[in-house]
Write a protein that binds this ligand. Structure first.
Ligand SMILES: *[C@@H]1O[C@H](CO)[C@@H](O)[C@H](O)[C@H]1NC(C)=O
Ligand SMILES: *[C@@H]1O[C@H](CO)[C@@H](O)[C@H](O)[C@H]1NC(C)=O
Ligand SMILES: *[C@@H]1O[C@H](CO)[C@@H](O)[C@H](O)[C@H]1NC(C)=O
Ligand SMILES: *[C@@H]1O[C@H](CO)[C@@H](O)[C@H](O)[C@H]1NC(C)=O
Length: 285
């Protein structure tokens, strides 16, 4: 029951509008946002939550920007998950007392889609607090987003908080490139947790976030917007593999991945190898 109600809450908060809204931009994991409250983090920068503020630090430790945590800045409107948003994904919730200390995933950059309808495709592993008010994610993107982009694949790490979104400068990647997305717990003190996320093999994708809530909900996700035909997706399938979860106490958790599919889209996630060690799953387009 807890999982079911959690899932409903997450679907409600991660669905997106179907009708265009002026001055909106796409944020992976979260949908459409107004253009304000979106921040690019330059190489070596980091984030620190201090009381009711999030400080953006330059590589040399100087505070270059401060924002208040505040209320969500997402565009509030009607939405249709059938047309947009999280298309298919698998999740696992850590209900144990030891926090997730590491979450890795490997996948390959797919071919460029054969059609261009200005669609956006996001592929990522991600981790969220149980209230789903934030998400930390190393993201592969095709098409436009709040970080820019176009008819090519690019990677960036994103931290989407309740009222502000932060991303590293996107780095273009090529079909066939191997991506290693990782989220690591750096330290914790009571209810304050510090994480880093990056693509381990791609420089300038590293983003550290200090002083946030524990991240417990792990996902492997395909999210897409403005897809109008099957060939707006890449050909073939994407395999998320090398999926490893470790806990702060040094053990591997008992993981059973729960796939969530949108039958209307005909896209699904198949769990090939379940568990917390070298798990694998396939999304067929
Ligand atoms: C630290 O970095 C910021 C942003 O790049 C720069 O404006 C500032 O001058 C630097 N401060 C020092 C002391 O180097
Ligand atoms: C994709 O379509 C958009 C909108 O029609 C256009 O602006 C863009 O140049 C196209 N990109 C490519 C690579 O064809
Ligand atoms: C942990 O948090 C407490 C309470 O905020 C603080 O007094 C202490 O210095 C912190 N410890 C570390 C190692 O940061
Ligand atoms: C993991 O699951 C197995 C089999 O259900 C059980 O015996 C074991 O105690 C579980 N371990 C933990 C850490 O929950």
């Amino acid at each position: 029951m807890r999982l079911a109600s959690l899932l409903v809450g997450i679907l409600a908060s991660f669905t997106a509008i179907a009708t265009p809204i002026a001055d909106k931009v796409l944020v992976p994991g979260s949908g459409f946002w107004t253009k304000t409250n979106i921040h690019e983090i330059l190489a070596g920068g980091s984030l620190s939550r201090v009381g009711s503020e999030i400080h953006v630090l330059a590589a040399n430790g100087t505070i270059v920007h401060s924002t208040t945590v505040g209320l969500p800045a997402k565009v509030k409107s009607e939405f249709s998950r059938e047309e947009t948003g999280w298309i298919t994904f698998a999740f696992w919730l850590n209900t144990g007392s030891s926090p997730i200390s590491s979450f890795t995933t490997t996948w390959t950059v797919p071919p460029v889609p054969t059609e261009n309808h200005s669609q956006t495709i996001f592929l990522f592993n991600s981790i969220q607090p149980t209230d789903s008010a934030a998400i930390l994610q190393p993201v592969l993107q095709y098409g436009p987003s709040a970080a820019g982009g176009g008819a090519f694949w690019a990677v960036a790490t994103w931290y989407v908080g309740p009222s502000n979104t932060f991303f590293t400068t996107p780095v273009p990647v090529a079909p066939g490139d191997t991506l290693n997305g990782i989220i690591t717990l750096l330290s914790s003190n009571g209810s304050s947790f510090s994480y880093n996320s990056q693509f381990t093999n791609i420089p300038r994708t590293s983003l550290t976030v200090n002083g946030i809530s524990e991240l417990k909900w792990a996902t492997e996700t395909l999210e897409a917007y403005a897809v109008t035909s099957a060939s707006d997706y890449p050909a073939g399938s994407t395999v998320f593999s090398g999926i490893n979860l470790e806990l702060e106490d040094g053990t591997a958790p008992n993981v059973s991945w729960s796939p969530v599919n949108d039958d209307a889209d005909g896209l699904s996630t198949t769990i090939n190898t379940d568990g917390a060690t070298n798990a694998a799953m396939t999304i067929k387009y």
